[in-house]
Design a protein around this ligand. Structure first.
Ligand code: ADP
Ligand code: MG
Length: 333
């Protein structure tokens, strides 16, 4: 008989699987899992960053998704939010709702993935909630981070005249999702492996963002979770600015380039509105560009200028012509 959560019970799951996962250090975790609330120590010189992301079976992942990869992704999407503020991830709270028939191996694998990527960034799991659901699995991770007082990188402080940069490459996650669903445009076997990995394992840009934050030259940043177009519009709205963006300059991986070459410019337009890139979109004054490139090199991340911040509207161009996007990216409702 396969062991289920129902057999081990809520406290079995907590004690045996979750509590040992990411204990954290005594200095910052005074009380972790086990009491009614965690007691955490933050230096007086720092502020708390708090973010949460929820993954719902059938909406964010398929029922037969690999739980290990899902655990890693759950941690990574939250790490990306802390990165976008320039912060240091520290503590996590995990809420899980699942049917009692859920296999214990599934939970173990999910926890292993979450633990691996949490440990890589010094995150401690300090609490959460484990409840039964009548149907689907819902996983929610809250990640707390720290940042020096007044040092958070906001999305609301872009200025007209700033250069607009994006890290890494855009569109791989959407193409990877299509590969996993067997949807066109289908890539070659090698490209499929690469693109699916980019879909399952986004790369939170923590080192880059912290480097930029420490050198004090960055004006505004947002992580690209809902699509480049939508997230740029968010940043511009928050900063009360516009932008001129050259889609020709949007960085694509070799795999994405091959598909765009085959399928034409409409595919590029789909990629810049597809979500889940988890790249960093940021602005800074032109005078800071050279230092920024050194920071990016030290972080081992490519950064590409894709436009400028203006006092006008948000405009996109491609091949010398304006491009209009009705819908900028993924929206739930
Ligand atoms: P309470 O009933 O007081 O909310 P619980 O009895 O549900 O607390 O949980 C006991 C302890 O286990 C608490 O410290 C809680 O934060 C922790 N916990 C419960 N579920 C999880 C989880 N999924 N991940 C991490 N810690 C958890
Ligand atoms: Mg409870």
């Amino acid at each position: 008989m396969k062991t289920t959560i129902g057999v081990l019970g809520e406290f079995g799951v907590i004690d045996q699987i979750l509590a040992p996962l990411l204990p954290g250090d005594k200095a910052s975790v005074e009380v972790g899992i086990g009491d009614d609330a965690a007691v955490l120590n933050l230096p007086r010189t720092h502020q708390l960053l708090a973010t949460t992301d929820t993954l719902v079976e059938g909406v964010h992942f398929k029922t037969d998704s690999d739980p290990y990869l899902l655990g890693r992704k759950t941690m990574r999407v939250n790490l990306s939010d802390i990165a976008a503020m320039g912060g240091q991830p520290r503590w996590a709270l995990l809420s899980m709702a699942m049917p009692p028939s859920m296999s214990l191996d599934w939970v173990r694998e999910f926890a292993r993935g979450l633990g691996e990527d949490g440990a890589a960034h010094g995150v401690a799991l300090v609490g959460g909630d484990t409840v039964s659901s009548k149907g689907c699995i819902t996983l929610s991770l809250t990640l707390l981070g720290s940042i020096g007082l007044g040092r958070a990188i906001l999305r609301s402080s872009a200025q007209a005249g700033d250069l607009l940069y994006v890290s890494g490459t855009i569109g791989d996650a959407l193409l990877g999702l299509n590969q996993t669903l067997g949807r066109p445009p289908l890539a070659s076997a090698d490209d499929k492996v690469y693109l699916e990995r980019r879909h399952h394992l986004p790369e939170p840009r923590l080192a880059l963002a912290r480097g930029l934050q420490e050198t004090d030259m960055i004006h505004a940043a947002i992580d690209v979770s809902d699509g480049l177009v939508a997230d740029l519009r968010q940043l511009c709205r928050a900063s009360r600015v516009g932008a001129e963006v050259r889609l020709d300059d949007v960085p694509l991986s070799p795999a994405a380039q091959r598909l765009v070459a085959q399928h034409g410019p409409e595919l590029l337009h789909a990629l810049v509105t597809g979500g889940e890139d988890y790249e960093l979109l940021f602005t800074l004054p032109p005078a800071a560009a050279e230092t920024m490139h050194h920071v990016a090199e030290a972080a081992g991340v490519t950064v590409t200028p894709i436009g400028v911040i203006t006092a006008g509207e948000v405009n996109f161009s491609h091949l010398g012509k304006p491009v209009h996007f009705a819908k900028g990216g993924w929206e739930h409702f």
